[in-house]
Every structure is written in structure tokens, then in C-alpha cells.
Design a protein around this ligand. Structure first.
Ligand code: FPP
Length: 236
């Protein structure tokens, strides 16, 4: 309770982006297969998204599957895709909760039923006024920028009209605020091709906790730390 009160008094970040890392190590520690780590990670994802909605956060973006994750064993890739399917089929996730869900990434190589479910979830939640939840699937920052550049060149825009704004407007996150706070648990200190354009001025928060063990208490602590940072945006 004490924490909740304090949280309300502090400004929240506008857009939190999370790298949900450490599922495999969590499973190994328990003597379970990696897939069990992803199952636990998906539960944590739902809890954290709900919590972010409850505290009034505007944007949450989670990294569920990167353009590099296809290199994992087929069984693991299928496991993650099935968790995504389960989540998407469970329309209850969004209806009662006023969460608007969108997907960032290249959908092309995904299974047709997943693509359909993504569109359905986006359409059905498009008027929600609570949390804007972005799930990055087959997402890669370099891939996103390359795709944007291709679109811009195709549009025939004059060289002098190529601006940062124009590039931003051709990314998956167009019309969204840039993430101002990036959280990576599991003791890794990398961005791993995540929102590399958008995170130019973000604050970073790292923790040794493995994603399945990440709780609202960790998020509260992270937000508390965010509020202590002095953000100067290149000024003094
Ligand atoms: C990174 O941990 C995690 C992933 C690549 C997958 C994240 C996916 C989920 C949490 C499930 C997504 C589900 C929904 C519904 C969005 P890792 O496997 O690289 O962990 P490790 O570094 O310990 O091996």
C-alpha cells in the first residue's frame, strides 16, 4: 500500500519497453525444459501488462520474439508461437480490461492463423482507452529501419524531405511516443536489436531477476529509480 501511494504521486514513464529475458535459465534452474520457462514467462507478461494497465501507464511494449529467434530449435520456436496463439485466442484478455493491443514486427513469415488472430485482436481492442500494449513479434530494429527506408525510397520523396520525423513515421511505432524507459531483467546488458531507433534517449534499467520471477514489486522499484534519473536530452 505504501508503495502504491508513492507510485501515484510520481510521474510514470510514458512508454515502458521490456526485454522479457531469462526464461530458459529460469527453467534450467528448476530442472525443467526451456518450454516451461516460456510458459512461466507468458504468465509474468500477462501479470505485468495487467499491472501496467492498473497503474495507468500509457504504453507498454514487450519483446516476445525477435527476428533472430528463428535460429532456436524448431520445437522451442513452435512453443513460443503456441503461447502466442493461446494468448490471442483468449479474447477475454482484452475485453474486460480496456487494453489496446498492437503487434510490432514483420508478420509475413508467421502462420496464417496467427496473422488472422493478430488482426482480430487489434480490431477488437482498437477503441480501448486503457494501456496501449505492443507485442513485438518477429521484430528486429535493423529490419524495421531497413523496411522504413525502403518505403520512403519507394514513395519517391525528395532527399531534402527525408527527416527524422519521416523515418519515425515509417516505423511500426508511428504515432506512439518513443519508449522513455527500457527494462531488461536476467543480468544481460544489451539492447539486442530492440527499438534501436526509438530508444535514443531512453533510460535503462537492468536487474538480475529472471523474467518469470519478475513481479509488480520489481516494476515499482524500477519506476522509483526512473524518477530519480535526471533526463537532460543532450542539454545541460
Ligand atoms: C528470452 O528468454 C525470451 C524469449 C525469446 C521469449 C519470450 C516469450 C515469452 C515470455 C512468451 C511470450 C508470450 C506471449 C503471450 C506474448 P531466453 O529464452 O532467451 O532465456 P535465456 O537467456 O535464459 O535462455
Amino acid at each position: 500500500m505504501f508503495f502504491k501511494k508513492k507510485l501515484k504521486e510520481r510521474p510514470l514513464p510514458k512508454h515502458i519497453a521490456i526485454i522479457m529475458d531469462g526464461n530458459g535459465r529460469w527453467a534450467k534452474k528448476q530442472g525443467l525444459p526451456r518450454s516451461a520457462g516460456h510458459v512461466a514467462g507468458a504468465k509474468t507478461f500477462k501479470n505485468i501488462a495487467r499491472y501496467c494497465n492498473k497503474i495507468g501507464l500509457s504504453y507498454l511494449t514487450v519483446y516476445a520474439f525477435s527476428t533472430e529467434n528463428w535460429k532456436r530449435p524448431q520445437q522451442e520456436v513452435e512453443g513460443i508461437m503456441n503461447l502466442l496463439r493461446d494468448y490471442l485466442r483468449d479474447a477475454e484478455n482484452f475485453k474486460d480490461e480496456n487494453i489496446r493491443v498492437r503487434f510490432l514486427g514483420n508478420r509475413e513469415p508467421l502462420a496464417d492463423d496467427i496473422k488472422e488472430l493478430m488482426l482480430k485482436n487489434e480490431n477488437e481492442s482498437k477503441n480501448a482507452t486503457g494501456l496501449n500494449l505492443n507485442i513485438a513479434i518477429n521484430y528486429g530494429g535493423r529490419d524495421e529501419i531497413t523496411t522504413a527506408v525502403r518505403e520512403i525510397v519507394k514513395s519517391g520523396v525528395a532527399v531534402e524531405d527525408i527527416t527524422e520525423e519521416l523515418i519515425s513515421q515509417n516505423l511500426y511505432t508511428k504515432d506512439m511516443p518513443d519508449p522513455d524507459f527500457i527494462i531488461r531483467p536476467s543480468g544481460e546488458y544489451r539492447l539486442s536489436n530492440y527499438l534501436i531507433w526509438q530508444s535514443a534517449y531512453a533510460e535503462y534499467w537492468f536487474s538480475d531477476v529472471l523474467w518469470p520471477d519478475f513481479s509488480s514489486k520489481h516494476l515499482e522499484k524500477a519506476i522509483e529509480d526512473f524518477n530519480k534519473r535526471n533526463r537532460r536530452f543532450g542539454g545541460v
